[in-house]
Design a protein around this ligand. Structure first.
Ligand SMILES: Cc1ncc(COP(=O)(O)O)c(C=O)c1O
Length: 441
């Protein structure tokens, strides 16, 4: 206990925190010291219901013993092996197991260490593919307003959140589709919104503007999480797929959040019935336990790149830790849990209860929208005049103080509990938000 107490009263100054208002946080820190199942445990011993699966990643819940055992075993069996020009069996086995979960023919797996790396890798695979087949003019990358694709220069180029872009230069030649968020037509939708499929036609507009032969790929999140849970309208992804096919443009789904069961299928492409050419994953791939990501590419893309003299590296890209043995061990143990407990489809079972519970918040102060899909939900609040984001932040702090963790982005509350969530946890999460909404002006 003493050691715990000491470690839990750290000097807050040296740590330059990511995506955090450092000074605000350090003035009133929220420190987590442990985790177990559906709960975090704070440094002062409070049990907090995890309403956000960490950062959308702890899909099987916290502290899973079999993952811990697999990691410990792997560290003393093979702690590291070079990833370039060498291999180790676990990486091949993990790629095979992942491929079995993917849509047919989308089964060539490139390992990374994060969602951001997965995004940049997918964009580079798209460029390399066009180049290998003699269409090297296709260099333009198309993203979408309000998209979040991590923080690499590729990711912020196709991303559409102004705060992540305004300070940094981006790659030349990118463009963006409009976002699909439309409260005037779609407020309080359950599941996919009715309106907005026609927004996919923006791609035709960009083709007319730039020329299809300059466009390599379009990247979208099938359900945009970090920007505040924007769900693809009915027919939108189908239309985007058709336009990409018409013009030889690759379609990339960023499934860093939706991958591994969040919507009730292993991947969102299966939920929506639309197949991309490439998709990115990370987060739930190891249940958040060890950093890892993976890009899934179609066989056509993989085969298209496997060209030229066989002694030459076909794709000049990779990371020291691509397919890290410890991450692969954690990932394999994670997939075993997902399979044994049916977690990759459990969101579909829980979704109706989740939906009802969330929509019970309608009518509470400042609530201007509630939306949900799978085990994801959002409550959008009216912003305080001149102080956007402060109201939802206050709700988050209030909930944390009363033992529920939620996430906020701007004035949107986002919720995405671990896929092991039970009805009682859902009741607790929703009650905490309801109470906070009544208290926060
Ligand atoms: C859709 C999407 N892409 C990429 C990323 C970046 O992942 P990471 O933070 O692991 O780099 C995220 C993170 O939330 C994400 O939601």
């Amino acid at each position: 206990m003493t050691a715990h107490t000491l470690r839990n009263a750290p000097n807050l100054d040296p740590y330059f925190m990511p995506f955090t208002a450092n000074r605000q946080f350090k003035a009133a820190p929220r420190l987590i010291a442990g985790a177990e199942g559906m709960h975090y445990i704070t440094v002062d011993g409070r049990r907090i219901v995890d309403g956000s699966a960490g950062l959308w990643c702890v899909n099987a819940g916290h502290g899973r013993q079999t993952i811990a055992d697999a990691v410990a075993r792997q560290l003393t069996t093979l702690d590291y092996a070079p990833s370039f020009q060498m291999g180790h069996p676990l990486a091949f086995e993990f790629a095979e197991r992942l491929a079995e979960l993917a849509p047919p023919e989308l089964d060539r797996v490139f390992f990374t260490n994060s969602g951001s790396e997965s995004v940049d890798t997918a964009l580079k695979i798209a460029l390399a593919y066009h180049r290998a087949r003699g269409e090297g003019t296709r260099t333009r990358l198309i993203g979408r307003e309000r998209g979040y694709h991590g923080v690499g220069f590729g990711g912020i180029t196709v991303g559409g959140i102004v705060g992540n872009r305004r300070v940094f230069p981006q790659l030349a030649g990118a463009d963006h589709l409009r976002h699909t968020h439309d409260l005037a037509r779609n407020a309080f939708t359950r599941g996919q919104p009715e309106h907005g499929a026609e927004l996919a036609d923006d791609l035709e507009r960009l083709v007319a503007l730039h020329g299809a032969e300059t466009i390599a790929a379009v990247i979208v999140e099938p359900m945009a999480g970090s920007t505040g849970v924007l769900i693809s309208p009915k027919g939108y992804l189908e239309r985007l797929r058709a336009i990409c096919d018409k013009h030889g443009i690759l379609l990339i789904f960023d499934e860093v959040i939706t991958g591994f069961g969040r919507l009730g299928t292993p991947f969102a492409s299966q939920f929506f019935g639309v197949k991309p050419d490439l998709f990115t994953t990370a987060k739930g791939i190891t249940n958040g336990s060890v950093p890892m990501g993976a890009v899934f590419a179609s066989r056509a893309i993989y085969d298209g790149i496997m060209k030229g003299p066989e002694n030459l590296i076909e794709f000049a890209h990779g990371y020291t830790y691509s397919g890290h043995p410890v991450a692969c061990a954690a990932g394999l143990a994670t997939l075993d849990i997902y399979a044994a407990e049916g977690l990759l489809t459990r969101a579909a079972e829980m979704a109706p209860y989740w939906e009802e519970a969330l929509h019970s918040l309608r009518g509470l102060p400042h609530v201007i929208d509630i939306r949900n899909i799978g085990l994801v939900g959002a409550v959008e609040l009216e912003s305080r005049p001149g102080a956007p984001g402060t109201r939802a932040y206050d709700v988050m702090v209030d909930c944390f103080g009363r033992d529920t963790l939620i996430r906020v982005t701007g004035d949107i509350i986002a919720m995405s509990p671990p896929l092991i969530v039970e009805r009682s946890h859902i009741d607790t999460i929703v009650a905490s938000v309801a109470d906070a909404l009544k208290r926060i002006a």
